[in-house]
Design a protein around this ligand. Structure first.
Ligand code: GLN
Ligand code: ZN
Length: 764
């Protein structure tokens, strides 16, 4: 019999229950008990849902209050001293590591002021994990037993689960050494963590678990020899725990270049992502050992399209032919964490389009149907309905717009190159803006207050008129402009109060997109996004942002940046189509944005920022042809969007999350870029920017945390950067937009930042 398996389920709840309770807990409005209770309820309902859908292998320990990688750091006591010394509860230590903590002394408890650990993109997804941070003094030991507790919790509900834990090689490889231990190579810690994993497996086995899912997603990266051989060391150690089957899972790419790391490992099963890289099937079939099972990831954990049953069934059959039905498991390609919870609630979607989609809950059914079908049960009517739906989508007029296809086909060099090179543009721009040294700016958004959200919702529901709403937005813009003038910022922004989300806002105005009302996906911690869905060829019928920018510019003499989301980010933060390639979708978006950039310029906006925070995450995980092709088309798309303006118009761009290679952004040819930087304390990383030719603002404070850096702290940071970065190209700005912050800390931080810039102006 062919079993079905789900590698992990979204933990946020169908109605964002986790976000609500977590944020109330942070605000002091919910108790720890209330927080934990919601966690238990969510786990229980997810397990039951899967059980009822007929899923055979259900994951546990896929739940987390913040991040599953952070959970593992805590479990192994990988907690830097700066979080440990405050005597915080386990839950508060976790949140302090995830998001920083700044707390005044109160009721005898001393003040706390710690920054968050570094947060990084989870491979090429829009999920972020908290980076395990090791030092020579890390005291590795088991600290709590979350995986065991959650296994038992499910068992008590009568549900047998397979606990999932990030595997040892990935855990170390995805981590980094702490500031005080920069010479420490995380992978060298393998001998210290393996006994902890072994102990954990033993505890799970004692609790009754029959198997464990160890995720080793780093196997889809380019790995040096020593990393590859670490798998043998690690799994030979862990394979000794004979009472428990280990299923080693990989996802988001191909393992073929690292295949030898997997041969003959003492594990009971292997899992591969056959959605992303279906072609790896032959190679992986060749290395599955005689007693091993193969979990075929055929239901997409990263996208929302209905599974193509005929295609998946063919893949499954091929595996069965080689291994027999008992050794094949039909699975999701990765955890379903990256998909929205349930399509059922999406009543606003047109039925024609809704029929093309499948969210996490629907995917459970897909996995089960495919497994049962492979076991010989009759699903012919389901298969037929599925084939009809796939065919209807391909033929639909919603999918195809010939005018857009023609415009992209007409792309040429001129359409993607600015009139003059940067040096000449700068000379034309300087007399217009007359900026001081160390010009200060922000990345775009200002605090999205409750008031803003309430008014936006009211307007969406028709409870206030468009005129009232416009007046409200104008008043918000005015407040933000006056504030920036008072603080003394040089290049202003309008604050983005009209935007629910930087991609969704534009997506709603671009033809070819559709939206969900409740299709939330976790991005990090309590921050969820609701990615728009690209269903057809993309174009911009009307201006999208001109009104707000023009209003903002009309009430100040300082330059106000027009603010747009770039083509690659629009693509990356949407659910893309799976029927045409990503390059084509990016170029369609680029032409739509080009129209907007040109309209902004024509309306008198002199500085235009086109944000591309997602450009790095789109980088193919492996070096080589695919990666260089991506870098080319991503840069080209940005230039198509921004090169229609005159030399006098200053184009900005912004990047955040992950390590960014300055080489990758050169090709965008933006006049000024701002980059997330505040948590990169490695001086070598700063040095990499020395040769970057255009102007740059290295982000000076972490906007994910309410913590307020002092003026002195800013001065120190700037000083450190100036050691390897010239003053005449140096912009001063935060890491990213301020939308998730409160006004109080925003005011304090920006005031200190501007004061620090003035300090350097005086001495340069
Ligand atoms: N302009 C956007 C903002 O400030 C950029 C956000 C981002 O880079 N994630 O909110
Ligand atoms: Zn950003």
């Amino acid at each position: 019999m062919v079993l079905s398996s789900v590698l992990g389920f979204p933990r946020i709840g169908a109605n964002r229950e986790l976000k609500k309770v977590t944020e109330s807990y942070w605000a002091g409005k919910a108790t720890e008990e209330e927080l934990l209770k919601v966690g238990r309820e969510l786990r229980a309902s997810n397990w039951k849902l899967q059980k009822e859908a007929g899923v055979d292998v259900i994951a546990s320990n896929d739940f987390s209050y913040y991040d599953q990688v952070l959970d593992l750091s805590l479990l192994f006591n990988v907690v830097p001293d700066r979080y440990r010394k405050h005597d915080l509860s386990a839950v508060d230590t976790m949140f302090a590591m995830g998001r920083g903590l700044q707390r005044l002394a109160k009721d005898g408890a001393p003040a706390v002021d710690v920054t968050a650990l570094e947060m990084v993109k989870w491979f090429d997804s829009n999920y972020h994990y908290v980076r395990p941070t090791f030092s020579h003094s890390t005291d590795f030991k088991l600290n709590g037993n979350k995986p065991v507790e959650e296994y038992l919790e499910a068992k008590q509900l009568g549900i047998e689960t397979r606990p999932v834990v990030l595997g040892p090689v990935s855990f170390l490889y995805l981590g980094k050494s702490d500031k005080d231990s920069l010479d420490l190579e995380p992978l060298s810690l393998l001998p210290k963590v393996l006994p902890l994993y072994a102990e954990l497996l033993k505890q799970l086995s004692d609790a009754g678990a029959k198997s464990v899912q160890l995720d080793e997603p780093v196997l889809v990266l380019d790995l040096a020899e020593d990393v590859q051989s670490a798998f043998k060391t690690a799994y030979e150690h862990l394979g000794a725990e004979k009472s428990l089957d280990i299923v080693l899972t990989t996802y988001f790419g191909t393992v073929v270049p690292n295949l030898k790391a997997l041969v003959d490992l003492p594990v009971a099963g292997l899992h591969f992502d056959l959605v992303r890289n279906p072609e790896q099937l032959d190679d992986v079939l060749a290395i599955v050992g005689e007693n091993q099972s193969l979990s075929v990831g055929v239901v997409d954990g990263r996208n929302i399209w209905k599974n193509d049953f005929a295609k998946s069934a063919a893949t499954i059959s091929k595996a069965i032919e080689k291994l027999g039905g008992d050794r094949v498991i039909v699975a999701t390609s990765s955890s379903l964490l990256h998909t929205p919870v349930d399509l059922e609630n999406e009543s606003a979607l047109e039925p024609e389009i809704k029929d093309w989609f499948s969210f996490a809950t629907q995917k459970l059914h897909e996995v089960v149907v495919l497994a049962k079908n492979a076991s010989g049960e009759d699903f012919s009517s389901e298969l037929k309905a599925n084939a009809d739906s796939i065919a209807a989508r391909a033929a639909s007029a919603i999918t195809n717009d010939p005018a857009v296809q023609e415009r992209v086909a007409g792309l040429n060099e001129k359409l993607s190159t600015r009139a003059a090179p940067f040096g000449e543009r700068l000379k034309e721009q300087q007399p217009i803006f007359k900026l001081p040294l160390f010009p200060t700016t922000t990345i775009g958004s200002f605090p999205q207050t409750k008031d803003i959200r309430i008014n936006r919702n009211k307007h969406a529901k028709g409870a206030i008129s468009t005129e009232e709403y416009t007046n409200f937005i104008n008043s918000q813009i005015e407040e933000v402009i006056r504030f920036q003038e008072e603080v003394g910022l040089d290049v202003l922004v309008h604050g983005e109060p009209e935007r629910n989300d930087m991609v969704q806002y534009f997506g709603e105005k671009i033809k070819g997109y559709v939206f969900t009302v409740n299709g939330w996906v976790q991005s990090y911690g309590s921050r969820y996004v609701r990615p728009p869905i690209i269903v057809g060829d993309l174009s911009r019928p009307l201006p999208m942002s001109v009104r707000e920018s023009v209003y903002a510019q009309s009430i100040t003499t300082k330059p106000v940046k027009g603010m747009l989301t770039g083509p690659v980010t629009c693509l990356r933060w949407s659910f893309p189509r799976d029927d045409i390639d990503q390059r084509t979708q990016a170029l369609q978006l680029a032409f739509a944005l080009r129209d907007e950039v040109n309209d902004l310029e024509a309306a008198g906006i002199k500085v235009i920022q086109v944000d591309e925070p997602a450009i790095r995450e789109g980088l193919p995980l492996r070096a080589g042809e695919e990666r260089s092709a991506y870098l080319n088309w991503a840069a080209q798309a940005f230039r198509v969007a921004t090169s229609g303006v005159s030399n006098k118009t200053q184009i900005h761009s912004h990047f955040c999350y992950s390590d960014l290679d300055p080489k990758h952004i050169k090709a965008l040819d933006a006049d000024v870029v701002s980059i997330e930087f505040s948590k990169k304390d490695d001086p070598n990383y700063i040095a990499e920017f020395q040769d970057y030719p255009n102007h740059i603002g290295l982000g000076l404070f972490d906007i994910h945390s309410p913590r307020v850096p002092s003026k002195e702290e800013f001065i120190q940071k700037i000083d450190a950067i100036l050691k390897s970065y010239p003053a005449d190209k140096f912009w001063v700005n935060p890491d990213c937009g301020l939308k998730t912050r409160g006004w109080e800390e925003t005011k304090a931080s920006l005031t200190n930042m501007v004061e620090a810039a003035k300090h350097f102006r005086n001495i340069h």
